[in-house]
Design a protein around this ligand. Structure first.
Ligand SMILES: Cc1cc2nc3c(=O)[nH]c(=O)nc-3n(C[C@H](O)[C@H](O)[C@H](O)COP(=O)(O)OP(=O)(O)OC[C@H]3O[C@@H](n4cnc5c(N)ncnc54)[C@H](O)[C@@H]3O)c2cc1C
Length: 504
């Protein structure tokens, strides 16, 4: 079923917001009557388009220093300056102060606020087998008795999916366990379903977005060995036991070991001086101290530092420290991140979602792959711009470009369209039922883990992150890219490591 822009409410005045990596950008919306946005930062170049250009992008493109005046010393001096206020940066500041309670610590971040991110929705109650995958929309509550029979897929696919869930054969008879694991390590989960199981294309279409909300890419990039490690259908006949495989990515391996998640990052106490809206543009080690330069919206200011922890994205570091050894610069540049797109929708008619009877819905092929309700009135939708068929690295770079180019109005249209398709049957009016839409374009959301089949050097190494990490004079590198791992805990591990390197 398709809806006209008018029926979807594209011309209805509501609050609309558009953020790129946490920074508000102007947007072009369907209605001229939407509430004004937070003004674009002074240094953004074309702030009134959906193409958000930050200081970091100006640095990357070599435009920043052409326009910035000479740095101005503030005269301030700190024992530690932390660059980046994510979990890694906050963890590093807290650990430094735990070890040296009297220290002076400055934390610089480019966002206007330091927010903790809402966890991505996982554990779905239901799957929307959508028109994009299967020609029409059918919502199926998974796990309920006979749910596979209600899927709108080919009969053969239904039989195969039942087999994969209930009683899959040993696909590699006679092959020892290590050999089976090696074969899985050479495949994505989509490849496993197609090439090993010979499954009907509808099976792969149904499963495709199973890892998306957690990993930022779908089964065309998610490894078969990690699908086995996570308990996806199809592997029970291989009899590989409970122990993780050495080919499992670090998070899957530690989960199979039953590792408890790391402790939460301590809240920043009053001893840490926090400067938001302060992107760091240069870091230099010198004779008596290091010098850190940041842009305050008008000019570059500098502070002196006894030590510096770079808990920003590793790929940014070469622009802050271009004089690092070439092999280190090369390794740092390899630390790409997986993009995510998130929409938060405040409903006027939240009862519609309650009538739906499920909390979290996975979509098989639509633009937004996950939608979840948080009482009393908020829906979160998640999309994964990564072009999974290219793999996590190349796919993320391609997806990030698309994420930047997609106009806000397209995103709003897809949000309204999917909510109309999901909630329309229980009486939701997308025109009048929505009070507010906020879009977060996370260009640099998750540090992709080393994983098979994409990183042939994994698990034996050598790892680019080892070449990128490590103390450089008074400067150490932290953040989840330094591990690398897509989980919040990883950022804390890297923070502790960086503090240890600088204080031992
Ligand atoms: C929508 C979403 C949902 C998520 N859900 C989960 C979840 O459920 N569970 C989980 O474990 N993980 C989740 N994550 C991932 C988790 O948030 C990250 O793994 C973790 O926050 C990474 O921490 P970090 O410190 O390494 O990096 P970041 O949090 O990215 O922090 C780096 C900071 O450095 C700043 N920065 C970059 N360059 C500069 C510069 N030049 N100057 C100053 N500051 C700079 C950045 O703006 C950023 O604030 C989610 C992420 C997103 C986006």
């Amino acid at each position: 079923m398709s809806f006209s822009p008018r029926a979807l409410g594209m011309d209805v005045p509501i609050t609309r917001r558009d953020f790129f990596d946490g920074i508000a950008v102007s947007c072009v919306a369907g209605s001229a009557a939407h509430k004004p946005l937070t003004p674009a930062r002074p240094f953004t170049v074309r702030g009134d388009t959906s193409e958000a250009l930050s200081v970091a992008h100006a640095l990357r493109d070599g435009r920043f220093w052409e326009r910035a005046g000479p740095p101005v010393p503030t005269g301030e001096s700190y024992d530690l300056v932390v660059v980046g206020g994510g979990r890694g940066g906050r963890g590093a500041a807290a650990e430094w102060l735990r070890r040296r309670p009297g220290a002076s610590v400055l934390l610089l971040d480019n966002h206007d606020r330091l927010d903790e991110r809402e966890p991505a929705p996982t554990g779905f109650d239901a799957v929307m087998c959508d028109a994009e995958s299967f020609g029409s929309d059918t919502l199926v509550a998974t796990g309920s008795p006979g749910w596979i029979e209600r899927l709108p897929i080919a009969d053969r696919a239904r039989r195969e999916l039942r087999l994969l869930h209930d009683d899959p054969p040993d696909w590699f008879p006679g092959v020892p366990a290590e050999g089976k694991q090696e074969r899985l390590a050479g495949l994505t989960y989509s490849g496993f379903l197609r090439e090993v199981c010979g499954a009907h294309p509808d099976v792969e279409r149904f499963c495709r977005t199973m890892p998306s909300a957690e990993w930022g890419y779908d089964t065309r990039a998610f490894g078969a060995i990690d699908a086995w490690g996570t308990g996806y259908p199809g592997f029970a006949g291989l009899q590989l036991g409970e122990e993780p495989s050495r080919f499992n990515s670090p998070t899957v391996r530690s989960r199979r070991h039953g590792a408890a998640p790391a402790a939460a990052v301590p809240a920043l106490d009053g001893r840490v001086r926090v400067r938001a809206s302060s992107p760091v543009v240069s870091v230099r080690d010198g004779a008596g101290s290091a010098t850190v330069g940041y842009f305050d919206g008008h000019q570059v200011l500098t502070v002196a530092a006894g030590a510096v922890i770079l808990a920003c994205w590793s790929a940014v570091v070469p622009y802050l420290m271009p004089d690092l050894p070439p092999e280190r610069l090369r390794a740092l540049r390899q630390a790409t991140r997986v993009p995510l797109l998130e929409a938060t929708v405040r409903l006027r008619d939240a009862d519609a979602w309650r009538r739906l009877g499920v909390r979290r819905v996975r979509w098989t092929g639509a633009y937004w792959c996950a939608s979840a309700f948080t009482p009393p009135d908020t829906v979160r939708l998640l999309a994964t711009p990564c072009r999974s068929e290219l793999g996590p690295g190349a796919g993320s770079a391609a997806g990030r470009r698309e994420l930047l180019m997609t106009p806000y109005s397209t995103l709003e249209h897809t949000v309204r369209d999917q909510l109309a398709r999901l909630l329309g049957p229980v009486g939701f009016d997308p025109g009048g039922g929505i009070a507010e839409i906020t879009v977060h374009r996370w260009g640099h959301a998750l540090a992709p883990e080393y994983c098979r089949p994409w990183h042939a050097f994994y698990p034996d190494g050598p790892f680019p992150s080892d070449a990128a990490r490590g103390r450089f004079g008074r400067i150490a590198i932290a953040g989840s890219d330094a591990v690398p791992a897509a989980r919040g805990e990883a950022a804390v591990v890297a923070a502790l490591q960086a503090v240890e390197e600088l204080t031992r």
